[in-house]
Design a binder for this molecule. Structure first.
Ligand SMILES: Cc1cc2nc3c(=O)[nH]c(=O)nc-3n(C[C@H](O)[C@H](O)[C@H](O)COP(=O)(O)OP(=O)(O)OC[C@H]3O[C@@H](n4cnc5c(N)ncnc54)[C@H](O)[C@@H]3O)c2cc1C
Ligand SMILES: NC(=O)C1=CN([C@@H]2O[C@H](COP(=O)(O)OP(=O)(O)OC[C@H]3O[C@@H](n4cnc5c(N)ncnc54)[C@H](OP(=O)(O)O)[C@@H]3O)[C@@H](O)[C@H]2O)C=CC1
Length: 463
């Protein structure tokens, strides 16, 4: 039997950030990471864009490289197959057992696929990308199902193939953007260069203010940023084409014939033949192995954690994609399974566990005060802050919009004159101002539409 003060399951961003955090806070304590994947994830090149918003790279490295400066960390390449929480004992696939004083489960998530057919693929880790690449290189036509991060990236990055993009919503990339921003990106779907007309329109700045009144209505770690730049996502054809099937889902997957290996029957009645179906339809927390010991699980399948990241089992914590937050959230923060949150949660759980073992007081980390996400969609920088889509505001909010076609899309959400969220597409340089205004909840009513007037430097007012 092996023993350590702190045991972490998972070598993804959450697990590695947790181990690094413990090593920093308690360098003399023993730490074991158990990871089913041979490589572990390391966050590098951190660039702080604002107090709370950062960009970083995620590298896959061998465990020796990641932890050479932390001699108190041991990595076991093994798979956890059971938890006996009464005896603080994990059992591993190799037959080994590991005893802990504090356990942090960072076992990530796996793709939620629309079916079991061998022609359906999901994308999560390096192996699944290689499989996708291999099949794509022999494909003329693929159906991509889902309207979130992966589908958006694939539609933009894949070439040499005909894509049929099947989405439940009336606009593209609905997980991150509203119909207006989707319209802004529409031309980028064509995969061609910008037209003269678009170049002319780039000089036009449009500012709009309106009020929303729609009526109440695998086991490998997840990939890192820019994963697609390292993969050759090229199909069999010379050129690409994307066609959209809006407001529909896959009803059935049917056997192929001489023309196509597989057919997809859609809820709009269409039958689409293709070489492969990519199911980019979200994730399921990878925690089945822990469910047997009675740990509380949230409706979305994650391990429920309180504000200290503790699960319902004594001395057992969880972080990253594996967990579901179960505390009273700050008004402008919510959980999304993203690597920034995996990193924050991993680091914060380290602090929580170390404080617990030392009997020290813990204060909740500031990162849970404001949702922040920096990413790229259709090749453009996208920053999402706070309640960027009016989440939880019951459709009673005001939107300020500034659009320069092809250049920038700025949307801020106001409720009772106070900023609640923002979508910043392009190099807007507004992230710091928006972050401050959301955090300090200043009454902005007196500015009206001038808040987004490019000729007025609003920041001067707040100095
Ligand atoms: C294609 C793709 C693109 C993405 N792009 C972005 C993006 O642009 N921006 C963004 O913010 N987020 C993105 N994400 C999401 C982000 O990658 C995840 O939210 C984040 O990596 C989760 O980290 P994690 O450590 O919680 O889990 P994971 O990275 O999934 O790590 C889980 C670890 O647990 C191990 N494990 C699992 N079960 C066991 C077991 N029983 N025993 C031992 N070890 C086990 C695995 O081997 C792995 O090491 C993307 C995800 C994918 C798949
Ligand atoms: N740039 C970024 O930040 C990126 C982030 N990621 C992250 O990686 C993880 C996996 O990405 P992804 O798979 O795109 O997950 P997402 O959660 O981002 O998106 C899943 C999409 O699939 C839709 N969907 C769910 N079930 C079905 C179904 N049966 N039929 C049709 N559509 C369905 C969802 O709609 P609905 O919401 O209505 O259920 C949603 O539009 C996520 O945590 C994501 O945030 C991935 C790539 C890039």
């Amino acid at each position: 039997m092996k023993q350590a003060t702190f045991v972490i399951v998972g070598g993804g961003i959450a697990g590695v950030s947790c181990a690094e955090g413990i090593s920093f806070l308690a360098p003399d304590e023993s730490i074991i990471i158990i990871s089913a994947s041979p490589m572990v994830k390391k966050v590098t090149n951190i660039r702080n864009l604002t107090k709370m918003l950062s960009e970083f790279s995620v590298e896959e490295r061998s465990s020796n490289q990641v932890f050479e400066e932390f001699p108190n960390v041991i990595i076991l390449h093994d798979t956890v197959v059971g938890l006996d929480h009464e005896n603080c004992l994990l059992s591993l696939a190799s037959g080994e057992t590991v005893q802990y004083e504090r356990l942090c489960i960072c076992s990530g998530a796996y793709p939620k696929l629309i079916g079991n057919n061998p022609h359906i693929v999901g994308i999560r880790d390096t192996d699944s990308v290689q499989e996708f690449q291999k099949r794509l290189s022999k494909s003329k036509k693929v159906v991509i199902v889902g309207n979130g991060g992966i589908a958006t990236e694939l539609v933009h990055e894949t070439s040499g193939v005909e894509i049929v993009w099947v989405i439940k919503d009336k606009h593209i990339s609905a997980t991150f953007i509203d119909p207006g921003a989707a319209e802004f990106f529409q031309s980028r779907l064509k995969k061609g260069d910008t037209t003269e007309e678009e170049n002319e329109e780039r000089t036009t700045v449009k500012r709009i203010k309106y009020t929303v009144d729609e009526g109440k209505a695998s086991q490998g770690a997840a990939l890192g940023p820019d994963w697609h730049t390292k993969a050759n996502l090229q199909g069999l054809l010379e050129s690409s084409n994307v066609s959209l099937e809006y407001s529909c889902e896959v009803k059935n997957v049917l056997d192929g014939d001489a023309a196509w290996p597989v057919y997809v029957e859609l809820t709009n009645g269409k039958l689409v033949g293709c070489d492969m179906i990519v199911s980019a339809t979200g994730v399921v927390p990878n925690v089945d192995v822990f469910k047997g010991c009675g740990v509380a699980v949230s409706d979305d399948g994650g391990l429920k954690v309180n504000w200290k990241m503790q699960t319902s089992l004594e001395n057992v914590y969880a972080a990253g994609d594996a967990c579901s937050v179960g505390w009273d959230l700050a008004p402008q923060w919510f959980q999304m399974r993203l690597w920034t949150q995996a990193r924050h949660m991993g680091t914060y759980t380290a602090k929580s566990m170390v404080c617990d073992i030392r009997g020290e007081e813990l204060l909740q980390d500031f990162c849970f005060e404001l949702f922040t996400h920096s990413t790229k969609l259709f090749g453009m920088k996208v920053v999402l802050l706070g309640l960027f889509n009016g989440q939880t505001l019951d459709d009673s909010y005001e939107i300020l919009l500034r659009v320069t076609k092809g250049v920038e899309y700025v949307k801020v959400i106001l409720k009772d004159g106070r900023m609640q969220g923002a979508v910043l597409i392009g190099d807007t340089d507004l992230e710091e101002m928006c972050e401050n205004l959301i955090l300090n909840q200043l009454d902005l009513s007196s500015f009206g539409e001038d808040l987004l007037n490019p000729d007025i430097d609003i920041e001067d007012y707040f100095d």
